[in-house]
Design a binder for this molecule. Structure first.
Ligand SMILES: Cc1ncc(COP(=O)(O)O)c(C=O)c1O
Length: 451
């Protein structure tokens, strides 16, 4: 049960501010994940979270929030979800890492295989980047080609050089590596065809998500699949976000496509570190022992299949199967989107603030008085929603977001949009305390940004 009082403004971050100084002194950027960093949040914000339950979290100063980021979309059921925590704990007391594989590795692989139609074989790891990179490596070995085609309109595939080399933060990545990744555009089948024509017989794989905030046009995804087949290019579908959120069987099921390889992570373990590469047996097997080709070093790490993460994943998948979690995510997302759209209209800011994306994975945009996307207005919106007990870098709902949480959220956002309206009229600098936020991928830190 929430202990929040109605719309009482949160303004005390004293302990967070103190710990920020220590964290920046020891951790580059003050956080271990860029998307959680201080440049992503306004000055008046909680610097650190100490606990969470369901969709509620508490910061270091004891302030409570309803959260809409959910562990960067990994926590689909809710924070500290009892039966998942119990399942992980049951494995922990049996020991988590042995000298030979744990039996649960096979059980969990079989469960995942039973859910994902294209999963003929399965290999686990601890994060999405490693499995997506492993898919790329497998594709290169399988095809004997070097180039990787990525969707230019999708924001993230991996922390590894083949992808980060394509971003605005490519420092440290050799030019030779950067040249090996080429780009096509989403919903633009000609851009895929042109790429394959420009680099005949050189592209090993094509990497994309089925959908981010724009839905696929009729025939686009199947067209990509067909072109890949025709050109001998391995079709890799990144389901790190869409897996278990779009549908129990992945976005590939909804859109009727069959990738050669696909990658899952985030929602697989309700926040526990587990990810998976799945796909065609003839490709996956070259990372194994039953072939006479040159061997591929495919995902082998000390912590690759810790038993507690597998236990958590098995329980999480069991809940997805038995409780129709996905419908809840879509339903609550829709209520939120409708409520926010009405609130924007009621406050006359509908041309400056809005919601986009699939209901299970919504984001919002913020524009200034000239109609341009604005990081200052994003910071203001974050500031005013944080004040009102919401922590919402995105509008990502979980199974724990109740009707009451959604109603409370809409009420708080309506109130925050009053300030947004005033800022459009009087200037955002009159209302925003401190610096604007900034996108992660930028080549330099702004000279004025205080640490
Ligand atoms: C679509 C997509 N693919 C891959 C990744 C990488 O996953 P991880 O952060 O677990 O390495 C992310 C992370 O945000 C992602 O959003």
């Amino acid at each position: 049960m929430s202990t929040q009082k109605p719309l009482e403004l949160i303004e005390s971050f004293t302990r967070s501010h103190e710990l920020r100084k220590r964290s920046h002194a020891i951790i580059p950027g003050g956080a271990h994940t860029y998307a959680k960093g201080d440049d992503q949040y306004p000055q008046l914000s909680p610097g650190f979270i100490v606990r969470g339950k369901g969709c509620h979290v508490w910061d270091l100063d004891g302030n409570e929030y309803i959260e809409y980021g959910m562990g960067l979309r990994s926590v689909t059921l809710g924070h500290a979800y009892d039966s998942v925590v119990d399942a992980a704990y049951r494995q922990m007391v049996l020991g988590i890492n042995f000298v030979r594989p744990a039996a649960i590795e096979v059980e969990c692989a079989e469960k995942l295989q039973s859910l994902i139609d294209s999963a003929e074989m399965v290999k686990f790891a601890k994060n999405g980047s490693d499995v997506t990179t492993a898919a790329v490596k497998l594709a290169r070995a399988y095809t004997g080609r070097d180039l990787v085609a990525v969707c230019a309109d999708h924001p993230f595939f991996s922390v590894d050089d083949w992808f980060i080399g394509t971003t605005a933060m490519s420092a440290g990545i050799p030019e030779a590596v950067r040249r090996m990744t080429v780009k096509f555009h989403y919903n633009d089948i000609d851009s895929v065809r042109n790429l394959f024509t420009a680099y005949p017989g050189q592209i090993a794989c094509l990497v994309m998500e089925a959908e981010t905030s724009t839905p696929p046009q009729e025939g686009f995804l199947s067209g990509v699949q067909r072109l890949c087949q025709e050109q001998g290019v391995v079709f890799i579908l990144d389901e790190i976000i869409t897996g278990f959120r779009w549908d129990l069987k992945g976005a590939q099921h909804i859109y009727g496509i069959k990738p050669d390889l696909s990658t899952f992570g985030k929602a697989m373990g309700n926040g526990f570190a587990i990810s998976a590469l799945v796909g065609r047996k003839d490709i996956m097997e070259i990372g194994g022992l039953k072939h006479d080709r040159q061997r591929v070093f495919l995902l082998s790490t000390t912590f690759g299949a810790e038993t507690h993460a597998l236990g958590a994943s098995l329980e999480t998948m069991r809940i997805y199967e038995t409780e129709d979690v996905v419908s809840h995510l879509h339903r609550q997302g829709r209520r939120l989107a409708e409520g926010l759209t009405q609130a924007a209209l009621a406050n006359g800011v509908q041309d400056y603030f809005g919601v986009s994306g699939r209901n299970c994975n919504l984001v919002y945009y913020t524009k200034d008085q000239d109609g341009n996307r604005s990081q200052s207005f994003r910071a203001l919106f974050l500031q005013e929603t944080i004040r009102r007990g919401l922590l919402m870098p995105s509008l990502v709902v979980s199974y724990s977001h109740s009707d009451a949480d959604i109603e409370r959220t809409i009420e708080a956002i309506s109130d925050a949009l009053v300030v947004y309206r005033k800022a459009l009229e009087d200037g955002v600098e009159r209302y925003l305390v401190g610096s604007p936020v900034a996108p992660v991928f930028r080549p330099f830190v702004e000279p004025w940004r205080p640490l």
